[in-house]
Every structure is written in C-alpha cells, then in structure tokens.
Design a protein around this ligand. Sequence first.
Ligand SMILES: [Zn+2]
Length: 232
Amino acid sequence: MSGKREAAPRRRLLGIMCIITALCLAATALLWKLGRFPGENDRFVIPSHIIICLDPGHGGSDAGAVSGERLEKDDNLAMALAVRDALEAFGSDRLSVLLTREDDSALELQQRVDIANEANATLFVSFHRNSGGGQGTEIWVSAEGRQPEIRLAGFISEGLNSVGVGRDRGIRRGTAGNAAVSYAVVGRTKMPACLVELGFIDSEADNALLDEHFDAYAVAIADGILKMVNLK
Ligand SMILES: [Zn+2]
C-alpha cells in the first residue's frame, strides 16, 4: 500500500517534467524558425578596422525616381555624402568610409556589390527615395532577414524616428514586389546591409521633411551605424 501511495506523486512529477520538456522543445523549435538563434549568417564580428560602405542609389543616366526638377539620384548622393561627413566628424581612427560613387556616375548594381565585397566592408547602407504616392520612410533588409541587418536597420530607424518622419513604414524583408527576393545590393553583399528609403520623392510633405531635417537625418543614420559597431 505504501509503495502505491508513493508512486502516484512520482508519476505526477514525471508527467509535469514531460510537459516542461515538451514546452522547451517547442519553444526551441519556434525560436529556431524565427531566426532567434545565430546561424552562419547571423554572426557579426566587429573588426579592429571598420569600413562603412555607403551606396547612393542610381546615378548618371539613371535618375531613379523623378518629381518635377527633383531627381532621386541627387538626393541619394547628397545624403550619402552627409552621412560620410557625420561619420568622419566622429573622428575614430578605427573607422573609414567608402562610397560606391562620389559623383553623378552610373554604376551597375553588381559593381556596387563588388566595391563593398572587395573592400571587405563591415557594413553597407544603400540610399534611396521612394515614389508612387505613399508617405514615410522604410528600410529594407534581405528576404532572409538576418539578425545583424535587422539590428542595423533598427538602429537607423530609431534615429530617423527620433528626428521625425512622415510615417514609419517599418523594416521590411525582400523587395516591394516580392518578399522572397532581396534587393541586389542587400542580398549579394557579404556584410550586414540595408537599403534606406528616405521618404517619397513625390510627396511634398516628405520632401519638406527631408529638406528641413537633412543634417539631422544624416547624423541619425551615422549614429545608427556607430551603434552597430559599438562606437556609440
Ligand atoms: Zn531608388
């Protein structure tokens, strides 16, 4: 009799342990699926010398989006140059900045990727402006949505939001047309990369915000990059 009385609590304990184990396994599987565990592409090691590659979208005969006299390629270049200035003004001898273009020259997407990969850049940020009748900023990462690029995009997004944007359209995976495909400059670069759409060029409100807060946006993006490499 006494043996039976002891067996019941033991069975209950065993049952509870089984349930806990099952829950732990389910949580592990879920976290794995969500990409919360670092995989091969989720490691981000900050090198002793940090190279930030900034990529002003479009250029030359490719104006990008156009709104009246305003050309996307010009806004992209101006912002990339301002971010470079902000990064250089930070004055770390551990940091250097590389631009895929510094003037109105045309570049293929693969050339931009090659510049970053051949330099073994630490981070890559591409600058663009949206069009098509919306409003606000958005940041694109690869379709896979790797943790370091989401973190980089998050730091930049936080900074832009603290300055003030028309609307925070979020951090998005893939491309506007297909969530399963990455933008070339984000998907083919080997380092954490993101593509910033700094408002809609066909939105007067977004253009006014960009013009008013131009320097503050540049500093916010630079600060986001500096946070990503633990310099801020
Ligand atoms: Zn563009």
